[in-house]
Design a protein around this ligand. Sequence first.
Ligand code: PEP
Ligand code: MG
Length: 593
Amino acid sequence: MPLSRKKKETPEELIIKGLGVSPGIVIGPPYILHTAPLQIAERKLNSHKEVEQETERFHQALSITREQLNHQIQDAKTKYGKEYGAILESHFLILEDEEMIRGTLKLVQSSHVNIEAAFSSVMDKFKNNFLKSNNEYLRERATDIEDIKRRVLNNLLGQHKSVTVEEPSILVADSIKPSDIANIDRSKILGFISEGGSTLSHFAIVARSLNIPAIAGIANVTGFIHDDDKILMDGHKGELIINPEESTIEKYIKKSERLIKERADLELIARLPCVTKDEKNVALTANVELPEEVDKALNQGAEGIGLYRTEYMLFSGRELPTEEQQYQQYRRIAERIHPHKVTMRTFDVGGDKIPLEILSSRGYVHEDNPFLGWRAIRIGLECHDFFVPQLRAILRISASFHVEIMLPMIVSVDEVRQTKKIVEQCKKELKQEKIPFNDAIKIGVMVETPAAAMMADELAEEVDFFSIGTNDLVQYTLAADRGNPKVAPLYSCFHPAVLRLIHRTIESAHKHGIPVAMCGEMASNPYAVILLLGMGLDEFSALPPMLPKIKKLIRSIQFNDAKKFAEKILAMNNTADIEKSVADETKKFLSVT
Ligand code: PEP
Ligand code: MG
């Protein structure tokens, strides 16, 4: 696969395989994210210390970029052959170029400007020299310089800039962050194609929930797709077809029609109760990130929101929304889903969800291991100005609607006790201000760390409910990054260690008389439904498009049979065997496409 594919009069069909992370078939033009010019603001440095800090940031960004490039080269070599890997290797030369590095640092020292501005200006000079060349090969290298500049600046800035998509398009990017998704007009997005990421990346979760096909793991995708290409993507197979032939398009239209029919059949189920054959009731709720997803969830038969990822509202602005702004947004969701409940998870930022402006003013600094860093409840407990307005807004909503508070990333009983104290203080103040709230509002925790699962007995004494977050529980239990395609084969929710932690959590909760939901992706996985039901899970909180399938399965089985099946699976010790057994069992009741 060449880095810069030549444009041809009659473009040839080209099929590329990636990782399908959200099903669906679409055809359309690409919108390539890196073509948006990067806005670099120049900032004056006032001290020698600042010059040193900027130098350090530069070295860090270069080292991160080097690491990313290294991964991509390995990946590219296995997937597309040596030739392509070699082209990417040439990017290394630009990144390591002494003249570029020295020139940038010299500019910071002599002109006292921030590193982004200095680096950008040095790279632009390099690029212009190449553009002036008479040699076509050298002119082409200007694109490579721009590519490296963008990579380093993205790492320096820690995020992409906002995106304006004019016509319905397939968004093509090297990485799609939650901030990108929050900032684009989603009605214009037909699909997502990304170089990085995996099934559990946040863009993949959002794509599935919005019913938008998505493919991850296509190395240097922004380098070889042209703006005037036509793209067909099959998010189920993870196949990207550039400039498809007519016969290919026809084949895919037929496949798409079949999938749409299957989905329509399932939607009929949405209005039926979620009970097993022997009438055991199971709660079926939805995960949402954005208010506009609520209607979709209701249409698919959701009886409540089991996970509202409140942090998504932090990506559309530079400032923390005020208590009143939060109240208004929460109210829109609670009103729409009423009389059902909304489980409102307090801001789960950190990890791969970093609203930079909001967090840096509260002491956030670059972390080498953000998933093991300053995340979620840890930030809330340290920064009351961040936490309290949210808790007050939720409490105010509780006066008129059924809302519950859920705490993310809990690892100790102490964190729960500290949070409860803050909630009590908020209640006291609201009382003094004569603002109504529900004094009996329920507080629960996410069980998404092995520590929480191991402490489930003690935690159950402190809270009103559990919700198992398998996306993080799997990554922390198996020491496999949820967003790293390289370790994706290790990352399985069917690993016996994960299943035992889930089982332990459910048992502890029931012993203490509290219900257990699951809001991690495992609850949206049809293969896991019978097993989880058999383990005694009380509530499945899943992606809206998956709800009918889950309900169909639950309605097809006897609770006792599910229990026996879970016992059998819990006695097994091998992930691959378990995966095969759950797939075989599920296929007896459902065609899983
Ligand atoms: C989880 O970890 O399973 C979860 C639901 O939380 P998030 O995916 O938002 O980290
Ligand atoms: Mg989580």
